[in-house]
Design a protein around this ligand. Sequence first.
Ligand SMILES: Cc1ncc(COP(=O)(O)O)c(C=O)c1O
Length: 424
Amino acid sequence: MTNDNDNHIWHPFTQMKTADAPIHIERGKDCTLFAADGKEYIDAISSWWVNIHGHCNEYIANAIAAQTKILEHVIFAGFTHTPAIKLSKKLISILPDHFAKVFFSDDGSTSVEVALKMAIQYWHNQGFKNKRTIIAFENGYHGDTFGAMSVAERNAFNAAFDPFLFEVKRLPIPNKNNIDSIKQQLITWADEGNTAAFIFEPLVQGAAGMLMYEAVYLDELIAIAIKKNIICIADEVMTGFGRTGKNFAINYLQNQPDIICLSKGITGGFMPLGVTVSTQKIFDAFYADDAKKTFFHGHSYTANPLACAAANASMELLVNEKCQRQIKQIVEYHSGFATSIKNNSFVKEVRQMGTILAIELNTTEDSSYFNTVKKIAYEYYLSNGIFLRPLGNVVYIMPPYCITKEELEKVYAVINDSLSILSA
Ligand SMILES: Cc1ncc(COP(=O)(O)O)c(C=O)c1O
């Protein structure tokens, strides 16, 4: 990698020896990223799924600017502030009714760490010290910290740390053929009596390659977990805030989790922020005269007021009729495009869940994050002014909700062309 200006930077998820020099972005507006060399790119994946309202949204920018003149930060133990209070009320008002308490952290991984610790300590505080097994789905991804890596699939991402990761029981994602055996497996494990929690990415496993499964089967598994006293944790770090067509993927479920993890879209990409929202039941297990039952977790920047101000503005935009309409339109446009390419011989499968459209390419290699079509496709899309970041041979679109019809049509056209060019 050669970029003299960038010499002191170690980039994430980047093989620094073989990767091309990073593209220097000077500014962004709505769906467009403007590079220092004059090139422009449509950000069709919302910059790792965070910029739900596009870049430099003025409403959010103004809210942060105003907050910088009032209170930029204050310790959140022993203190509180208006932006956090407002945000907690907003989140509780848009989440399903049973959620009650919002715990703040910094990003998606920390929101998952918090959830796992909450679930384990929930049992510990009540004297169930052996109830600490976690059940998760195969192929899951929950972040890069140790707890999050432990509950994720064991793969090349975390191989170096394998001896340090705690053991987890794993179920395949459910479908109509395996649901009965998965239910039976879950019951067997639950009856062993030591399961603390079941964590899942509801309906879409993002990093695994946008693998999708139906709400009806997840509902059946949650029903068993509820009956067997297992805490359910929905990791909606990616699916939250409109991605699946509804505000939250759990809005498709009848049976509800006890804890939900949120981040990414929460501030519209302006500030890092994670939240873990629990029910009153979870909270009550920590609410005691005994100081040792405290939830001893907190980060320096917990509930940073600027991040909360950004999130308040981002939430206001999300629930606004305009944004809800934009989401519906993307869902419709995606499904038209999906139909138009699904029979292409280079397309193995097209999957859609709301605003997420994934196209699994039919290459000679196995489907995998390391499929070599990834680099060729990435470069092809960039050279055509589209920023897409395929997960191996899975090309997916997850655009900001403000994307215009014309911009989406350009993204579709470039992908459509790529199907013949990349297969040649
Ligand atoms: C489902 C899920 N959980 C957790 C994370 C981790 O979030 P972060 O990268 O903000 O730590 C991700 C990131 O992609 C994710 O998709």
